[in-house]
Design a protein around this ligand. Structure first.
Ligand code: AP5
Length: 219
């Protein structure tokens, strides 16, 4: 099963992807995570992407298309259960590229899940976000705190971090980029009957149940 999680910054794509990994054994392909890793390692891609990401703009299509193609070409890293595309595609050119990449490998998309959210809530969600510096588990200052104070629920680390682009000014640019370039790809998938919509404003566990029920065919 291959799924795209689509929604503006802070809609809960990463949060829901981690649940789908643990529950269904799907593999998350997050272009945002790949780009942050490229910045960390100081690769040429990272050097090109850093300032663009800090400004909240989209990096060039060919850069992310190549990252995804490279990952799809490493089957030894995957379980074979399918992929969750998180934060990709984000433009029509990326959507067309993904179709071609999948077709070349004998794969296809099964669902595009759009998380419906109220734009006003997103700045609050993103500026309150932090994650475990060791395993990457995501948290929020109010909506998802570690169960034991200051210790990661998953790996027990006491080290947490915040993203440099999670500030109000950059979030507003990211939202504008989503409206201008990403939302317009929904009709591309709608025309093929692939889009399923879930209320992303519900509490995290309810969103999880909504996604589960539609993947099980009851939604
Ligand atoms: P990327 O890393 O993809 O960021 P994003 O799309 O802006 O999405 P986020 O990670 O901010 O949000 P999310 O939907 O995953 O929310 P989360 O689950 O964490 O991209 C970063 C940058 O990289 C881009 O700006 C661009 O420059 C570049 N880039 C990446 N991919 C690209 C591409 N394909 N093309 C071009 N450029 C690209 O949730 C947010 C917070 O809310 C968390 O704290 C969480 O705990 C909380 N939360 C989640 N769900 C709920 C809920 N239901 N109720 C209450 N709180 C909730």
């Amino acid at each position: 099963m291959n799924i795209i999680l689509l929604g503006p910054p802070g809609a809960g794509k990463g949060t829901q992807a981690s649940r789908l990994i643990s529950e269904r054994g799907l593999v998350q392909l997050s272009t945002g995570d790949m780009l942050r890793e490229a910045i960390k390692t100081g690769s040429a891609t990272g050097l090109r992407a850093k300032a663009i990401m800090e400004a909240g703009e989209l990096v060039p299509d060919e850069m992310v298309n190549e990252l995804i193609a490279n990952r799809l070409d490493q089957p030894e890293r995957y379980s074979g259960s399918g992929f969750i595309f998180d934060g990709y595609p984000r433009t029509e050119a990326q959507a067309i590229s993904l179709d071609a990449l999948l077709a070349e490998r004998g794969m296809k998309l099964d669902h595009v899940i759009e998380l419906l959210v109220d734009a006003d809530a997103l700045v609050d969600r993103i500026t309150g976000r932090f994650s475990c510096a060791k395993c990457g588990e995501g948290y929020h200052d109010r909506y998802k705190l570690p169960k034991i104070d200051s210790l990661c629920d998953v790996c027990g680390s006491d080290q947490f971090k915040r993203r440099p682009d999670d500030n109000e000014k950059t979030v507003r640019t990211r939202l504008a980029e989503y409206r201008a370039k990403t939302a317009p790809i929904l009709p591309y998938y709608d025309a093929r009957g692939l889009v399923r919509r879930v209320d992303g404003m519900a509490p995290i566990q309810e969103v999880e149940r909504g996604i589960e029920s539609l993947l099980d065919g009851a939604g």
